[in-house]
Design a protein around this ligand. Structure first.
Ligand code: DGY
Length: 419
């Protein structure tokens, strides 16, 4: 244990680029949005100043319209594709990708204050507060333009769960267009069997090209993007983050913001029902261009309690899915239902377990009065790391390490929770 703690701290300090941390060298050589925020939670276990710094540097890249990009390209690095020239954005002060990623910042900032509520920490939180508020406002305006109470992603990468089977149907509808010949870099770092297929990449790049054509203007992107899919993951993470933002407003004396945030919370609390698949009895994605729901339970379905949705009508079937899946695989929580035909135990988001998702699911179950299932997730996460090391993700069947190694958020989650 002590040895693993040391390794985890070393991964974070080795991946530190001087204030921000790369997820892993080579495969992901820039600052990624939600990676950084989880990393801050890991740093908070041994270096509070560094934890705040990580989040502050992420918000340095915030766009004028409030968006906080999924990647900040502080310096060009040929080991990654697609880099800044493919994105062609100019919305913010730092070259970046053109969309966002799951907004975990409010939740982790609240955690940081729980760990250390010194005046210095409160001052730093006060500076971040309006930026996070503006980011959430951007999501509500441009990723839920019709006030449905569900948050859409305009790209599978925005969900953070890139090649999830939930996107397959909507992605097939994206015409492959305006894509210059390209060379992937990810498959030179990682076994291609653990990464998305070429057909996925062709469409990922077609979506980037379509949004680039409308200058990444958020209203136009919302109206014209060939991919616009409501995501239970981002919806639940934002709903949770809004509750944490409300608590932060209280703590920081920012009460003027509270009615607006309360409005967002009730909009999503009501809207979440749209993602409920009554046959499956779980929340799933929905293609907002066609109204079609996806047909599988994903790890995000288990984030309903994390979002504060603890209605017995939701919790009971969720527990049943949890127990059913735990009888199928050795380690929870696979990113996709192992009984679904699209499940693949080693391919990125089509089956593997991710430590930071377990951290969020476990938190929700504990808060919903289910310490048993919550602790099962923690023990499984610890066992995966003890067996497979600090991998990007793991096989739920064999604990085989998959994706990138020496991975920052896996190290962070070890330090903050799994150990
Ligand atoms: C990648 O390049 O695979 C990243 O997940 C995109 O965010």
């Amino acid at each position: 244990q002590i040895e693993l703690d040391q390794v985890a701290r070393k991964i974070l300090t080795d991946n530190d680029q001087g204030g921000y941390t790369v997820p892993t060298k080579g495969l992901y050589p820039y600052q990624w949005n939600w990676d950084s925020v989880f990393v801050a939670r890991g740093f908070a276990t041994f270096d509070t100043d560094r934890a705040w710094r990580e989040i502050e540097l992420l918000f340095e890249g915030q766009w004028r319209d409030g968006m906080v990009p999924h990647i900040l390209f502080r310096k060009d690095d040929p080991s990654y594709f697609p880099g800044p020239s493919v994105w062609g954005t100019d919305g913010g002060p730092i070259p970046s990708s053109g969309h966002s990623q799951p907004p975990v910042a409010a939740t982790i900032v609240r955690d940081l204050l729980e760990l250390d509520a010194s005046d210095a920490a409160l001052d730093r939180a006060k500076l971040l507060f309006p930026k996070i508020l503006q980011w959430h406002r951007w999501f509500m305006a441009y990723r839920d333009p019709d006030n449905l109470g569900v948050i859409a992603v305009i790209h599978p990468w925005e969900s953070g769960r890139d090649n999830l089977p939930d996107w397959d149907d909507a992605l097939r509808g994206v015409e492959i267009k305006d894509v210059a010949p390209y060379e992937r870099k990810d498959t030179s770092h990682v076994d291609p069997a653990m990464r998305p297929h070429k057909e996925d990449y062709d469409r990922y790049l077609s979506i980037v090209a379509a949004c680039r054509k409308v200058g990444w203007e958020p209203e136009k992107v919302a109206r014209t993007c060939p991919f616009f899919v409501a995501d239970p993951g981002i919806t639940f993470i934002l709903l949770r983050a809004c509750r944490d933002l409300l608590a932060l407003a209280d703590r920081l004396g920012e009460t003027a913001a509270q009615p607006e945030v309360e409005g967002w919370i009730s909009r999503m609390e009501t809207g979440a029902a749209r993602l409920w698949n009554s046959e499956l009895k779980a929340h799933v994605a929905m293609n907002l261009r066609t109204g079609k729901q996806s047909d599988g339970v994903s790890s995000a379905s288990f984030l309903a309690p994390y979002a504060g949705l603890t209605d017995p009508e939701v919790l009971k079937p969720l527990r049943e899915h949890f127990d059913r899946i735990s009888a199928k695989v050795r380690y929870l929580m696979p990113s996709y239902d192992p009984e679904h035909q699209a499940y693949e135990h080693l391919r990125y988001w089509r089956g593997p377990v991710w430590a930071m998702v377990n951290f969020m699911i476990a938190r929700g179950f504990a808060e919903a009065g289910d310490p048993g299932r919550s602790d099962r997730l923690r023990r499984d996460t610890a066992a995966l790391i003890q067996t497979g090391g600090f991998a990007e993700y793991f096989s739920p069947e064999t604990a085989e390490a998959a994706g990138g190694g020496s991975f920052s958020w896996t190290a962070a989650i070890w330090l903050a929770w799994a150990r």
